[in-house]
Design a protein around this ligand. Structure first.
Ligand code: ASP
Length: 323
């Protein structure tokens, strides 16, 4: 049997609904302990409760702790796979951070739940068992960090939470899942093309994320420029354009060599310098804005945080965001 390192971090998968108030809250004891006996039929497990946090409480600091724990465990012991349970709200950010900062071909799989442990139709134990089944399948090797929810296997890079409450919330817009979980097996139908790695030992940079909207002006940019800021990601309009008045806020940041990465607020497609009008992509590119090749805003922020630990030159960052 394979050996799986299981790390619990909290989230709805480890919470209970209060029958009186309907409030979903962390439980004193992680209810996933009850699923562990069925997991023991699938693999030898090493279980650790790293945190007991709702995922809106997870920060890059916790992500780095997880990354270091996994790297250390892989070095110290013979483990075949890693499974992490996590709240779904920021699961995609932790998954992508781990994908960028761990260099290994052993499967690392994240999972969570949309319904807490005592709700009807609770999806936690099922997703947990599915994650272990995927992590222990031979084909999961070398595919980077994966997210397994609701019988689907997604890459950390493309997956995103798309629905507030539906159990089918995790989707990979434009690309789809790379595999499925069935009663009898695990079936992969796509292979991720490349894996990027950034050797991150510290996270001490401050990267903000702003979303563009009709009529946006310079004010938010001016406000953040007085803060301690190392980088900025903007979810731009359409193919990669901004309302013209934002330029008065963007130019001073670029003059201070603060990297600005542009993604689109559309969840399909890639931001590119296509339009030549005031605030259009061509002008933004000429000013030194970095265009990202298809990440969503929250993932581009994670990537910029990781990349800034080793580089802050425009050329290198543009190269990094071309991938
Ligand atoms: N708010 C919860 C969290 O992210 C949602 C979940 O786990 O599904 O911790």
């Amino acid at each position: 049997m394979k050996t799986v390192y299981i790390i619990h971090t909290g989230g709805t998968i480890s919470m209970k609904e209060d029958a009186q108030t309907g409030a979903v809250k962390p439980d004193i004891q992680n209810p996933l302990r009850h699923s562990t006996p069925s997991i023991a039929n699938l693999a030898n497990v090493i279980v650790e409760e790293a945190f007991h946090l709702p995922s809106p409480h997870i920060t890059p600091k916790e992500m780095l702790i997880l990354s270091k724990k996994i790297r250390k465990k892989i070095k110290a012991e013979k483990i075949d796979a890693v499974v992490i349970t996590h709240g779904t709200d920021t699961l995609e950010e932790t998954a992508y951070f781990l994908d960028l900062t761990i260099e290994t071909d052993i499967p690392i799989v994240l999972t969570g739940a949309m319904r807490s442990s005592n709700e009807i139709g609770s999806d936690g134990p099922y997703n947990f068992i599915s994650a272990v089944r995927v992590a222990t399948s031979d084909e999961a090797k070398g595919k980077g960090v994966l997210v397994v929810m609701n019988d689907e296997i997604h890459t950390a890079k493309n997956v995103t939470k798309t629905h507030t409450s539906n159990v089918a919330t995790f989707q990979s817009p434009q690309y789809g899942p790379i595999g499925i979980v069935t009663k009898h097996g695990i079936s992969f139908h796509h292979m991720p093309t490349q894996h990027e790695f950034y050797p991150v030992e510290e996270i001490e940079k401050q990267v903000f994320l702003l979303k563009a909207y009709a009529g946006m002006d310079e004010q938010l940019f001016q406000a953040i420029s007085s803060l301690n800021i190392d980088g900025l990601v903007i979810e731009a309009l359409g193919q990669g354009n901004l309302p013209p008045r934002t330029l008065n806020g963007i130019k001073p940041l670029l003059e201070r060599n603060i990297p600005i990465v542009l993604v689109s607020r559309c969840f399909n497609g890639i931001a590119q310098d296509v339009y030549g009008y005031d605030g259009g992509g061509k002008q933004l590119k000429e000013l030194g804005v970095i265009f990202s090749n298809g990440l969503n805003g929250q993932k581009a922020r994670i990537k910029l945080l990781a990349a800034l630990q080793s580089s802050s030159s425009y050329e290198e960052l543009q190269q990094i965001f071309n991938h």
